[in-house]
Write a protein that binds this ligand. Structure first.
Ligand SMILES: Cc1cc2nc3c(=O)[nH]c(=O)nc-3n(C[C@H](O)[C@H](O)[C@H](O)COP(=O)(O)OP(=O)(O)OC[C@H]3O[C@@H](n4cnc5c(N)ncnc54)[C@H](O)[C@@H]3O)c2cc1C
Ligand SMILES: O=C(O)[C@@H]1CCCC=N1
Length: 391
């Protein structure tokens, strides 16, 4: 520790204690950096993108670069589990269904094969022996990424924030960042005080552009509200984690070109989570005014046709926010004007599983180290023509 530092001075300040900010802060503290993690709400909270009991973890992706990152990411999840003595992951497998000849389905199959990810292809004649209570549509292919499973999301945040604090990290919640003054030493003002740091990481989820406005940058991000729907099992337990029912993704179907996905029943006994991978535009501070439920009608038709063991009427509808980029790939980059400001944003509804590796990468960027992966798919300059920058 640098004894010349004043009380309000840090090596690094991380704004936003969602999954990405929490893992970044933890990685920085592991490297003995004096780190402050700022959060606008009282922790834990359910106003952003990282709350809720469960998330899917998988290697099944259309792009090789995500599957590559997941190889190491699984190891980092296991390391955190053993370090903290907490169970964060349960292997269930992921059933991928989609038109056999479609680009999406074939890309996922190719990526799994190229990367030698353990997988099982289920042809129509054997499908129901392996996956009961699901109707596979005519013309659909089905495969199982056997490495996939469920992450315990709320437990993850509690664990990683706890480990960060054990390493000497400081969390200040209920403290909203109100201003950022870039410079060789960054000045961060909050509703409570002023802090200084050599570097800043912005992981503000749906609020990213509100914060970046203080630095003269706007990214092409769209915030959408997701209806998180739970559906009642006609026979309790028939789609349950205990019965080893897998997570699933339907890449496209009769009802929708947008992915539909689900997780086995667990958190609410007798209820299975099945969601539509898109929502309607919202302002994160006005999300309760966004009441669009048109996706639920699509889900009802899909469930009635393909999941006959569920009652096609949602029993619970919760909400959560996605922050979408135009290509649905993340933003992991330096601020274009300030090399000591790092941005992690636009996780586009699929970033949770990457938390440990995102934390490692954002930590590397903020320390000026060469990142462990090629970050070109995540650079800000890919938006060149779309960026609305006031710089
Ligand atoms: C319904 C749903 C299902 C999903 N399913 C999956 C899945 O199965 N698998 C998967 O991998 N991913 C999934 N995701 C995506 C994943 O959860 C997100 O990508 C991830 O949580 C994004 O985390 P984040 O840290 O970027 O954002 P957030 O969790 O929103 O964190 C940002 C934090 O910054 C804080 N903040 C913002 N502004 C300020 C400020 N001015 N001052 C202080 N603090 C501030 C916010 O309060 C918030 O706590 C899902 C998301 C949703 C909504
Ligand atoms: O990231 C995930 O695995 C889930 C399921 C597919 C769509 C988005 N989120």
């Amino acid at each position: 520790p640098n004894t010349a530092q004043k009380n309000g001075d840090f090596d690094c300040i991380v704004i936003g204690a969602g999954v990405q900010g929490s893992f970044t802060a933890y990685q920085l503290a592991k490297k003995n950096k004096k780190t402050l993690l700022l959060e606008q709400f009282v922790l834990p909270h359910s106003r952003g993108s990282s709350h809720g009991q469960t998330r899917i973890i998988r290697k099944a992706y259309e792009q090789n670069f995500y599957t590559h990152m997941m190889e190491e990411c699984y190891e980092l999840w296991a390391q955190l589990e053993s370090e903290a003595g907490v169970k964060l992951y349960r292997q269930t497998g992921l059933l991928v269904m989609g038109p056999e000849k479609s680009e999406n389905y074939q890309n996922i199959k190719d990526t799994l094969q190229t990367n030698k990810v353990p997988m099982v292809v289920l042809t129509h004649d054997i499908f129901s022996q392996h996956i009961p209570n699901v109707n596979l549509a005519k013309g659909d292919g089905a495969l199982v990424d056997t490495t996939a499973g469920v992450l315990f999301a709320d437990r993850t945040l509690k664990t990683v924030q706890g480990q960060f604090q054990k390493l000497g990290g400081v969390i200040r919640d209920n403290e909203k960042v109100t201003d950022i003054k870039p410079g060789p030493v960054v000045r961060v003002s909050t509703s409570v005080g002023v802090y200084h740091a050599k570097s800043l990481v912005i992981t503000a989820g749906p609020w990213a552009n509100k914060l970046l406005a203080n630095t003269g940058l706007q990214l092409p991000l769209e915030v959408v509200k997701i209806n998180v729907c739970y559906w009642k099992e006609k026979v309790p337990g028939s789609y349950s984690m205990k019965q080893r029912f897998p997570c699933f993704v339907q890449t496209e179907c009769l009802e929708s070109k947008v992915h539909i996905y689900g997780l086995p029943s667990n958190e609410y006994p007798g209820l299975m989570k099945v969601c539509y991978h898109m929502g309607s535009k919202t302002d994160p501070d006005q999300r309760d005014l966004q009441k669009d439920r048109s996706d639920i009608e699509i889900l009802q038709h899909y469930i009635a046709r393909c999941f006959p063991g569920l009652i096609p009427e949602p029993a619970i509808v919760e909400s959560c926010l996605y922050t979408l980029t135009p290509d649905h790939h993340f933003v992991l980059d330096y601020h274009p004007a300030y090399s000591n400001i790092v941005i992690g944003a636009g996780f586009s509804g699929h970033g949770f599983k990457f938390g440990p590796i995102i934390g490692k990468l954002l930590c590397e960027l903020s320390l000026g180290e060469v990142p462990s992966y090629d970050l070109s798919p995540f650079h800000i300059r890919r938006f060149q023509s779309k960026r609305n920058s006031a710089l």
